[in-house]
Structure formats: C-alpha cells, structure tokens
Design a protein around this ligand. Sequence first.
Ligand code: NDP
Length: 607
Amino acid sequence: MDNTDQKANRGLDFDPEALRAKYQQERDKRLRPDGNRQYIDTTGEYARYAEVDPYVEPGFTRESLTDEVEVAIIGGGFCGLLAGARLREAGVEGIRIIEAGGDFGGTWYWNRYPGCQCDVESYIYLPLIEELGYMPKEKYAYAKEIFEHAKRIATAYRLYDDVCFQTRVTDMRWDESMRRWIIRTNRNDAIKARFVISAVGGVSKAKLPGVPGIETFKGHSFHTTRWDYDYTGGDTTGNLHKLGDKRVAIIGTGATAIQCVPYVGKYAKHTYVFQRTPSFVDLRRNHPTDPNWAETLKPGWQRERATNFAEILSGRPVEVDLVNDGWTDIFRNNIASGFVLSSERAQAAPEDLALRAELADFQKMNSIRARVDQIVDNKKVAEALKPWYRVFCKRPTFNDEYLPTFNRPNVTLVDVSEAKGIERITSKGVVANGVGYPVDCIIYATGFEIGNFIRTARFEIYGREGKKLSEYYQHGLRTLHGHSTSGFPNWFFIGVGQNALSANMTSMFDDQAQHIAYIIKEVRSRGVTAVEATPEAEQQWVETIRSLVAASKDFLRSCTPGYYNNEGDTSSIGIFDQIYTPGINQFNAMLAQWRDKGDLEGLQLLK
Ligand code: NDP
C-alpha cells in the first residue's frame, strides 16, 4: 500500500487492498477466452426465441411500396417516435416509420415480461409527457403504461399515418442520380426517401448462451424478450397461475431477471435461478404519483428535472436533487468519477480523484452487500448473491422484491460462477457444476447484443459509390457528433455512439432527435438537395472521442465481464469506447452553440 493509500485509508472500516484483490479474483474466475463468441444468435433454428412476433395475427400481407417519402425512419421505438415527433414540430410532412413489430414501442413493444418496468424515474423517462399533458401513475412505470405512452406519442404526432409495421429493412442504397435513398424490405418494398434516420435501438437483438444441447430440451423454453403468457398464464402484472405445477429454470441475473424472478418465484412450483454474476440490487421505493405534487409543477418542469438528473449523473454539484433516487444517490457520493471528471474535480490530482472515487465505490458496494445479509436468511445463499465489482461495471439495479425471493422454500439459487456459466442443456433440463436440474421450462434472461448498431440493425447501408457502412465502421464508428457520416448523404443515426451517454436513454434520444430535426429543417430551407459530414470534421470528432474515452479503459479492464466491457475483451471496441464522456448536458450545450452559430459547421451541403 503506498502513502496516498495509507492516508486515505485512515478512518475506513474496510481494507481497500483486500477488496481490490477480491474484485480481481472474482473477475478472473469469470473471464472466458471466447468473450462475445460464447453467445449464439437468435437466428436460424433459434429464431423462435426472439425473431417471432407473438402479438400479431399471423399471415399479414400488404402491397409492396415503391413510392417516395421525405423522411423514412427505421425503427418505431422511442428513438424513432422522438425523431418523428420533433420532425413534425419542424414542419415536416411525408414521414414514414418502418418498424419490425406490429405497433410502436420498440423495446416496450417486445419486452412484456412480468415486472418489466423502467429503472429511471418515469417523470423523466417517459418522453413528451409535459407536451402531451400526461402524468405517469407511479414513480417507476410498468411496461404496459410505457407501451401505451409510446402509442400516445404516435397518435399525437400523426405517426400512424404512413407507418409500415411488420416490415424489416433488408438494405438501403444511396442513388446519386436521384439523390434519394432506396430502402428495400422483406415486404418487397423499394421505398424512395430523401432523408433516412436509423433509429434501430440498442436492445433488440437477443442472445442465448452458446452451450451444448439447447436444441435438445424437450420441455418449454423462451427468452424474456418474448415472454410466453400462454404457457405461464397471467400478464405483466403477475398471476402466472399456470406455473403452479412447473419447475422453472431462469438463466441469468441481469437487469431483466431482477425484475421477473420475484414473479416466477412466487408462482412456480419450483424456481432455479442460475447465476453467474450477481447484480448490484438497491432499494426501489416505488410509489404512486402524488397528485398534489403534480399540481405544483411549472411549465418546463420535465426538461428541468431531466437536466438536473443528468447534471448529477455527470458528477457535477447541484443545489437540489429533484429526482432523488438510487441513481442520484450513487452519483452524489462521487462514485462516478472513475468515468467522468467534472471541471471542479479536474482541479485535483488525478490519482487522488481516482482513489477517492474508488473508496466511495467500495463503501457503496459494501452497503449493497450488507443489504443482502440483512434480507437473505441463508448465509451461503447470501454470500453467493453479493456482487464483488465496482458499481459501474454493470448496470445497477433497483428492486425491493428480488432478494427476499431467495428466502422462499421453492426458490433455489444455483451459483455457476466457478464454471463460468451453465454447462449444458439436456432433453430434461439444465446441467450446472456437474449436477442435473430437471425442469419443465427454461427462461433465458441472457440479454442482448449491445454496442454494435450494425449488428443490431441487421441490414447493410450502401452510401455513395456503393460504400458499405459496415466496412467503413469496421475499426469503430466514424461520425460527426454521432449522427452523420461522410459518404452517406442525408443519413442520420439516433442512438448510442459517439455522442453522450445517459442512464436516462429516452431523454438523450430526444436531445438527438431535436438536433437532427434542426439539421433537416435547415437543409430543406436552404434549397440544397443533400447534406453529409465532411471527412475532416468527422475525423476531428473521432479523435475527440478517442482522446476522451482513453481514461475509462483502465476502469473497464478491471471490471467483471459483461457487455459494458465486451465480456472482458477491452482490446476491441465496446459501447464505452464511443461516447462523449464529459456528459449529456455538456454535449447538449455544445450542440446548442453549434446550432446558434447557424453555419452547420462540419457538414457539407450539396446543391
Ligand atoms: P444482461 O446482459 O444484463 O444479463 C444477462 C445475464 O445472463 C447475466 O446475468 C449473465 O451473466 C447471464 N448469462 C449469460 N450467459 C450465461 C451462461 N452461459 N450461464 C449463466 N448465466 C449466463 O441482460 P438483461 O436482459 O438483464 O439486461 C440488458 C440491458 O437491458 C440492461 O443492462 C439494461 O440496459 C436494459 N434493461 C433495462 C431495464 C429497465 O429497467 N429499464 C430492465 C431490463 C433491461 P454474467 O453477468 O456473468 O455475464
């Protein structure tokens, strides 16, 4: 232990060096040489796990389309909805949203597992509620209400008018002679569009563990992203009465499992939860919306609240914490400075800062582990449920029912950390640590491919002279401010990548939507046909992002594997290698300044 360490160590009721060693040991035992290759796609023989749409009548057909629209938006989740809404506000007609599902909602259309809920406060997570005069029922809204709100936005902004549901884009090509995109789909469409916005979302491509035998299982199985209520009974609120005589295996203990395990545990005859890495689980404290509080809100309140939340999550001091929940608690305690350095904190020596952040992180994680001991009766089970890594190695979760579920006599935690996961699936059930667990049903809560939008989108984009976007991005994204790429005229990206990342995703999508709507409006009013990033501006932005993210690499390298750090392979490019780390408010301020200048700097306009 060096001097700084010893100084900082004074007054601590724990040994930081012992914790560092423990974290490394727990990380090392989970590291796998196959990294992301350990997972299999939900395509081909596994397509039924995630490619089917259980919410529509089979047999939908329609005429193929070859017409022209002003703006095509690919994806009808919150990214696409917000892009559509902000374009409408900018006076754009001729908007067509192309969406694989049978309605709007994206993530909130597909994910309907019991207990599914937003994990950021609904007053800032549900976009446009102030504009639409809607107040969520609870501080953390459940999936059904969020899905309804997605439809509310689509109705209010007339986005149902020209929508193409149950349609998957297969590729899109820029036609220089027409200066239009040609979008081809699995419905044999060849839609012309002047502008295209890719709004394909981040958590739409489910993955399964690549263990032997998945296809041999004779019981029932599904992925959480296509919950099978015909089999379980009930709905998103519970009442899974058909599980009463069933033994169920749930594989995975990430953010999804934390929300659905309490429901399965309550209704199934027996539940086996297969856990490789425990989640950070803090208090949720959900409550109904107080109408008296809602009455006090002044115009502009939602934006003010979201900005206040983002300010805290960027590690900057604020006078009042408006959201005041588990997220802001983490950041108010300085833990995040491993990721983000505020200008105030930048005055201090970097090592001192990093150490303070690490100690605060240890303290928070100690309290999370102590919470497990307080709630879970069986000491061995409690020990297995304790997470040993830093707070932001995985997405923190908040739930009041998850940990008590392990006190139920009909729930068994199976720790598969030593074996780096479940071993295999047989016709009868799951094999883990050499032991067979016969079950009637396997539920895969094994997550999604996150961080590679080209793979998520599942279609190729051919820009000028047939330039392939996947090839152009093979060594990482190349954009100006995350939304435009040279050689791909009139194409915009909305989502995560080379822009600022916020835990409150929808608010950040709205910021991007407003910025893109501004650019499209300007291009239309300036009498030009097309716009794209200049290669120079794009290169400059790529370098800016690369220099900013360098600091987070060491942090991620020390983390337990997961999608945050490419399953431990930090030599390749992951989700956190592509973000503007000073924070969303700084990013928005920079873009606001850029818009105020009015010269569309870094974009070239083509007559
Ligand atoms: P995650 O990727 O977070 O979790 C997948 C789980 O499957 C992990 O526990 C993983 O273990 C486990 N797993 C994978 N392979 C194996 C194996 N071979 N054996 C045993 N276990 C295995 O997916 P989620 O669907 O839970 O969440 C994904 C993201 O979706 C979240 O991080 C969040 O961004 C979003 N989300 C948001 C919610 C909200 O409230 N708004 C709710 C749900 C999800 P290990 O950790 O060891 O890899």
